[in-house]
Ligand binder design. Sequence first.
Ligand SMILES: NC(=O)C1=CN([C@@H]2O[C@H](COP(=O)(O)OP(=O)(O)OC[C@H]3O[C@@H](n4cnc5c(N)ncnc54)[C@H](OP(=O)(O)O)[C@@H]3O)[C@@H](O)[C@H]2O)C=CC1
Ligand SMILES: O=C(O)C1=N[C@H](C(=O)O)C[C@H](O)C1
Length: 265
Amino acid sequence: MTSPEPGTGTHPGTSTDPIRVAVLGAGGKMGRHAVRAVTDAPDLELVAELGSADSLQKVLDAGASHLLDLTVPQISPENVAFAVQNGLHAVVGTSGWSAERRTRLREQLADHPQVGVLIAPNFSLGSVLASAFAAAAARHFPSVEIIEMHHPDKVDAPSGTAVRTAGLIADARSEAGVGPSPDATTHDPDGARGALVDGVRVHAVRLRGLEAHQEVLLGGPGEQLVFRHDAFDRGAYMPGVLLGLRTVASRPGLAYGLDAYLDLG
Ligand SMILES: NC(=O)C1=CN([C@@H]2O[C@H](COP(=O)(O)OP(=O)(O)OC[C@H]3O[C@@H](n4cnc5c(N)ncnc54)[C@H](OP(=O)(O)O)[C@@H]3O)[C@@H](O)[C@H]2O)C=CC1
Ligand SMILES: O=C(O)C1=N[C@H](C(=O)O)C[C@H](O)C1
């Protein structure tokens, strides 16, 4: 009998071998937290730390079984394609994974049916729940808008979380047969109404002092419901990072959103 692949135990941490993790973007703000979290986890082993000057060959030389991508939107698809081609599972926190990029990745995965990839626009449990609750509520309100607020060093806009939330809202409304909000397309000659993502207005604030925050505003006649989530520290994402690393090998194919690994009822 062959021994199980690392990290494929029925329950997290039950396989005998540690999950061998290479962290890409290890010197970045997320990467530094992830390096600590992986090092501290008894069932995980940090085998490689890569920055922008490193060759991906370092991942293979280190014998990694899992790649954790916390880099930049321009390079992330290349990193994940490398993982898939080499039979490594990948957990991806980097933003910028558009529908086109996900389609291309699914095509790559078709040739490697044993490989699992998780693209998690947000690893924080609170954020995932807030987006799910907002999507469930959005079918009952005519108006819905998203305000995402981040530190000014963020390279992309709108945030991956806001794009994902808009997608969930659009799907929920479509399934309920209510369609996009009629209020999303009001007169907007100067672009002051924000980006239109899957039929949902998204406003991006970049402000010194902020970390990562999002509000989904739902409006109906005479009332407003607001779902707000605040991440004050990057530690908020680490339980989700570890859950992703422990689960991805047992979920071949592409999972988009950490909710795929959670029982949200
Ligand atoms: N999913 C989630 O829950 C979260 C996702 N994010 C996302 O994660 C990503 C990283 O965020 P953050 O840590 O704040 O960003 P940082 O700018 O702090 O870090 C990015 C890192 O990527 C590295 N990098 C760039 N190119 C490469 C490359 N080719 N190979 C390896 N490393 C590379 C940089 O290394 P170097 O310094 O050597 O150039 C840098 O250390 C962003 O897309 C962000 O939106 C952020 C928070 C939570
Ligand atoms: O860059 C960040 O900081 C964050 N990026 C992710 C995103 O784009 O949604 C997750 C979180 O919002 C923090």
